[in-house]
Ligand binder design. Sequence first.
Ligand SMILES: Nc1ncnc2c1ncn2[C@@H]1O[C@H](COP(=O)(O)OP(=O)(O)OP(=O)(O)O)[C@@H](O)[C@H]1O
Ligand SMILES: [Mg+2]
Length: 377
Amino acid sequence: MSGPPIAPDDAPSLVLGIETSCDETSAAVVERRGDAFTLRSLVILSQDVHRLFGGVVPEIASRAHLTRVVPVTRRALDDAGVAAGELDAVAVTHAPGLVGALLVGMSYGKALAFAAGRPVIGVHHMEGHLFATVLEHPDAVPPFTGLLVSGGHTLLLDVDAWGSYRLLGATRDDAAGEAFDKVAKLMGLPYPGGRVIEQLAREGDPTRHRFARPMVRANQTLGDDDYFDVSFSGLKTGLLHAVRRAEAAGTLDEERPHLARGFQDALIDTLVEKTYRAARAFGRTRVVLGGGVACNRALVEAVRARVAPRGATVYAPTPRLATDNAAMIAAAGAWRFAHGERSGWDLNAYAAREIPGLTRTTTRDTPDSHGNTLPPN
Ligand SMILES: Nc1ncnc2c1ncn2[C@@H]1O[C@H](COP(=O)(O)OP(=O)(O)OP(=O)(O)O)[C@@H](O)[C@H]1O
Ligand SMILES: [Mg+2]
């Protein structure tokens, strides 16, 4: 990163965001004034074709982005009533994701920025997910406990300021969204599975199938290395055995809602407990959820029920901003722009990369022992 001196924090800026990391082609214009982010336009075009294959096919995704990125971006600029020359910067997702898909949005964003004489800023997709909520809830600003639950990631973060992310825990195997999708497949449900499972689970009996809560033990303490981590592969196997038993008994159709409920309850309980621990350990009174699994109302309500009585507020984006979208990329880009960041024209795309500003901590470094505001149970 190089470029002009740091702009004053409160200088207003208009930023175009472009997102093509997976199977959504999206563009958005966001205006930033100080800590306030205003969504001026957002266009999202989802590639439904992948449903036929039960998952995203990278080559098809790249080709679809190629034909859509230009009209989607033009539409976002038109909807905002903004010409490219009026933008302050162009923010593009450049990692992580499908490299071929990322390259399409990134190359177009660079070309557009270059032609308009504006800087381009490469944005990390997961940092984008963290910024989604503030577009709808102006109070969803640091310091907060962040839980990012998406198709490819499960990250528990302590965010003391934008750009400063302390990684507390992550999944040791499947991401939360991936677990929903795989379990849906095991039960013969369509892809993506999260929303379908949530709907089915509403009719399910919570006492019928009780699966173990992974990595949640009563005697866990702050020094344990799995205190904040999650793992969903054992839960998935438990579900698989239950599905097989139901198939053998010829009762899968009637068991599906109960299985969905048992699975969802176990996954949610785990995420809720870990999030609660993180908020308590750092004395945070705000919890911000992000990523596609944050569409799940049962998850949001369960986190709220756990932390609200202890004085913390939970913020979650609406589904349009929880799943992949360019508004969150524009918001993160606008913040980085205001802090002097500019990417070079040699900006590249990466399948995997750490969020900039991410630090790791051992659980022993948490301030739990001195001055938390959330009392223990
Ligand atoms: N209501 C819901 N309940 C649970 N999961 C859901 C719900 N709605 C969507 N999901 C899940 O969200 C995931 C998609 O989220 P998102 O678009 O943020 O992921 P991604 O962009 O593919 O992954 P990443 O952001 O890690 O690259 C899917 O796995 C989907 O099943
Ligand atoms: Mg995503």
